[in-house]
Every structure is written in structure tokens, then in C-alpha cells.
Design a protein around this ligand. Structure first.
Ligand code: NAD
Ligand code: UD1
Length: 377
């Protein structure tokens, strides 16, 4: 069944890739974003990549429950994928109330609006951070949860809020997707991750070092009990992750889907890679050795994180297809294009935002026109 899907935070890194895959699968999409960590330019590229303009943009804030209800009603939304929120772990430690306020209020607002208008299907962006330093490796969804940052705690709290909401509404169904480490970019190089300031995460830091923006990569610890002493993670290509959302939402929309009010499901590959393995693979992708130095452990890091991805396969038939080489290739391809913005500007025509019939709506829904599509080779 094809649906009308609302992606909150759909202009962001994972939301934009998911919007592309939803469109490619034949769904129509409304993006709602306040652009606090993204920009209109990225949204403008979505129809170019997806090859369809069946996507609208509402500029607004998920914490505005009235706006949420209006959007759900006006666009007859079948399912919501809730990405919008803050995600910087260190910032959440420095300013926990900001995270509790924004992330929790946002989720409560989405749920209240869904309840008000009777929208029954929700996918929530959760995180493997809810497993903390688990002893169960690979980690199944049944593992005990334990969080070490306010950011992580908001993910766990929101999962619990969804549990309670699902228990109170007869036909409501939700899936919280617990992402492992999303990396990479769309193969076109038109969308990817653009961290503001100094990146905290490994892939964007390596990419910036490769592009000459950073002098070298600091490896946070080499005395872990892993194959080479550096931290190990389950990296997952963002396009695979996006396709996981499509499979999950189609599972919810399918009438034959099993009935469970709220499932928690890992999205990972089941393959672990150390920091040194990633550095070597990235160096291979860009054709030169990226400089690095070994430093001390980073506070709060776990030695290793690894998904057991079997539930996603059993439940909605999804499994990842792209390997570390492709993650590095696509991440580097995007970073190179970003380095030369003027080159991108020449290749992508300006996209006009054609107002839809509800152009008088203060919430400003725009249909995005795709411009000329032949820029995609
Ligand atoms: P992102 O910051 O790139 O995207 C989030 C989007 O939400 C941005 O476009 C931002 O402008 C928008 N937004 C933020 N607050 C908003 C608000 N109040 N109203 C409307 N829009 C708002 O982040 P991402 O990496 O795409 O992550 C998406 C989700 O996945 C987040 O909930 C994040 O916590 C979760 N997640 C991300 C990772 C990761 O490594 N990227 C890992 C696990 C979970
Ligand atoms: C971090 C967050 C986690 C969040 C995830 C999102 C912390 C403590 N954890 O996890 O809550 O869900 O991002 O993707 O911030 N590394 C280096 N040098 C660097 C950067 C990272 O050696 O410059 C190492 C880290 O020590 C780790 C690995 O690379 O071993 C991956 O780090 P990162 O990309 O930050 O992800 P996580 O630590 O898994």
C-alpha cells in the first residue's frame, strides 16, 4: 500500500535520504522542518535525486502541536516518521534541559496531534545509544537498556512515552528504530551530512581531514579489547538505513502486518569495524593516507557496539546491502562536492518552490518542482 508520509526533520541528514527512498518507492511525502540543523538547499535536491516532485515542504516546529494536527489533517497523513530533534551528545551533557525540553516536547506534540486526528502509524528515530555499555554483543532488542547522556535518556524516555500512548489507543502502532552508526551519503553526492562546527563523529571528522579542513584524525584510545585496540562500531550506510524506514513504514501500513502496539527494532549490519579499519578504508577511497594520531580514550565511549539485525529481517524483510567500502566512497564523494560548492551550483539548477493551492496557509506548504532532472547523469 502506498501512503502519504510525514517526515518531521525530513530536511536533515537521515530524513532527507529517507524522503528520497520513500518517493522512489512510490509514497508521497510531506517534510516538516524548522531548519535549525539543515537548509532549504538540501530539500531542493530531493526531487532531483528521487525523480519525482511528489513532496511538499512545511516550514515549522514539531513542538507546535496545533501545527502538527493541522498538517496531519490537511495532508491526510497515513504515517509519521519522527526524525526531528537535537542529537549532539556533548551539548546534551552541557545543557540537559534544552534536550529534555526540545526532544520530549517534540515527541509529545507529535503523539498528541496523531491522537487528535486519528493518525495511527508512527516510526520513531531511536538509537543504539539506549544499550549503553552492554555485555550482549551482538545486541538484540531484548538487551537491558542503560544510558549515559541526557541525549540518550531522551531516546529512552520517548520510547517509554510511545509505549504508554500505544497502550492507551486501540489501533495505534509504532516502531522505534534503534540506529547503530549511520554514515555515508547518497551516491549522487547531492545530499549527505553537513555537521556545523567541529564534527564529533568519526566519519565526518575523517572526511574533513581528507578534505584538508582538519590536520589529522585523533584516534580516541588504542587500548580497547578489540582486534587492533581501537573502538569498534557497527557502521550502516545512510541509504540502507533510509530503506529500512521504507520497509518499516510499509510494514505498518500493510494490513497483514502482525499486531504489536510498539516494537523496538535495531537497524544495523551486524558487522563491526574498528577506527583503524575505517581510516584505512577511507584512505583507500580517497587515494591517499589520511594522517592520524593516537590519543587517549574519549569519556563516555564504549569499547564496541554491534547490532543483531535479525529482527528487522524477520519482521519487515529488510537487510543492509552496502559495505564499508561503499560507505567511504559515498561519504568522500559528497565531501569532495561540498568542498567545491560553486561546482555543485553549476550542476544543480535553482529549484523553484511552487506554492500549492493552500498557499495562504500560514504554515506554508510548498510543492517542490523537480527542475531539470538530467543533471543526474
Ligand atoms: P539532523 O540534525 O541532520 O536532522 C534533524 C532535522 O530535524 C534537522 O533538519 C533539523 O532542522 C530538524 N529539527 C530539529 N528540531 C526541530 C523542531 N523542533 N521542529 C522541526 N524540525 C526540527 O539529524 P539526523 O542525523 O538526520 O538524525 C535524525 C534523527 O535520528 C534524530 O532524532 C537523531 O537523534 C536520530 N539518530 C541519529 C543518529 C546519527 O548518528 N545521525 C544516530 C541515532 C539516532
Ligand atoms: C556517538 C555518541 C552516541 C551517538 C552516536 C551517533 C558519544 C560518546 N557517543 O557514538 O551517543 O548515538 O555518536 O552516531 O558521543 N572516534 C575517534 N576519533 C574521532 C571521533 C570518533 O577515534 O575524532 C572513535 C570513537 O572513539 C569511537 C568511534 O570512533 O570508537 C565512533 O565514534 P562516533 O562516530 O562518535 O560514534 P559513537 O561513539 O558510536
Amino acid at each position: 500500500m502506498k501512503g502519504r508520509i510525514l517526515t518531521t526533520g525530513g530536511a536533515g541528514y537521515i530524513g532527507s535520504h529517507t524522503t528520497v527512498e520513500l518517493l522512489k518507492a512510490g509514497h508521497s511525502v510531506v517534510i516538516l522542518d524548522n531548519f535549525e540543523n539543515s537548509d532549504r538547499d538540501r530539500v531542493a535536491r530531493i526531487p532531483l535525486i528521487a525523480g519525482t516532485a511528489d513532496v511538499r515542504l512545511v516550514e515549522g516546529d514539531v513542538r507546535d502541536a496545533q501545527l502538527m494536527a493541522d498538517v496531519l489533517k490537511r495532508h491526510k497523513i497515513d504515517a509519521v516518521i519522527h526524525f526531528a530533534g537535537k542529537k549532539a551528545v556533548a551539548e546534551s551533557v552541557a545543557n540537559p534541559l534544552l534536550y529534555y525540553h526540545d526532544n520530549i516536547t517534540g515527541a509529545v506534540s507529535v503523539l498528541s496531534a496523531m491522537r487528535e486526528v486519528g493518525c495511527k502509524n508512527l516510526i520513531f528515530s531511536s538509537s543504539a545509544t539506549v544499550y549503553g555499555d552492554t555485555e550482549m554483543l551482538p545486541t538484540r532488542e531484548t538487551a537491558a537498556t542503560s544510558v549515559s547522556s541526557p541525549y540518550g535518556r531522551t531516546k529512552l524516555m520517548i520510547e517509554e512515552i510511545i509505549d504508554d500512548t500505544a497502550a492507551s489507543l486501540a489501533t495505534f502502532r509504532a516502531i522505534s528504530l534503534r540506529y547503530f552508526n549511520p554514515v555515508g551519503a547518497h551516491a549522487s553526492g547531492f545530499i549527505g551530512e553537513c555537521p556545523r562546527g567541529v564534527p564529533n563523529n568519526l566519519f565526518p571528522y575523517i572526511a574533513q581531514a581528507a578534505a584538508g579542513i582538519r590536520d589529522y584524525v585523533q584516534i580516541h584510545g588504542s587500548d580497547y579489547e578489540t582486534s587492533d585496540g581501537t573502538g569498534s562500531r557497527d557502521y550502516i550506510h545512510v541509504v540502507d538505513l533510509a530503506r529500512g524506514h521504507v520497509a518499516a513504514v510499509e510494514h505498518l501500513l500493510s494490513s497483514s502486518a502482525d499486531y504489536a502496539p510498539h516494537r523496538k527494532v535495531n537497524l544495523g549490519t551486524g558487522q563491526g569495524h574498528t577506527v583503524l579499519q575505517v581510516l584505512h578504508a577511507f584512505s583507500k577511497a580517497c587515494g591517499f593516507q589520511i594522517p592520524y594520531q593516537i590519543g587517549p580514550r574519549r569519556l563516555g565511549d564504549v569499547p564496541a557496539s554491534l547490532a543483531d539485525p535479525s529482527l528487522s529481517l524477520a519482521l519487515f524483510g529488510w537487510k543492509p546491502e552496502l559495505d564499508l567500502e561503499e560507505m567511504c566512497r559515498d561519504h568522500w564523494n559528497f565531501q569532495k562536492r561540498e568542498r567545491d560548492k560553486s561546482n555543485i551550483g553549476m550542476r544543480i539548477p535553482p529549484v523553484t518552490h511552487k506554492a500549492t493551492s493552500d498557499h495562504t496557509d500560514p504554515h506554508r506548504a510548498h510543492q517542490l518542482t523537480s527542475g531539470s532532472r538530467n543533471v543526474l547523469n
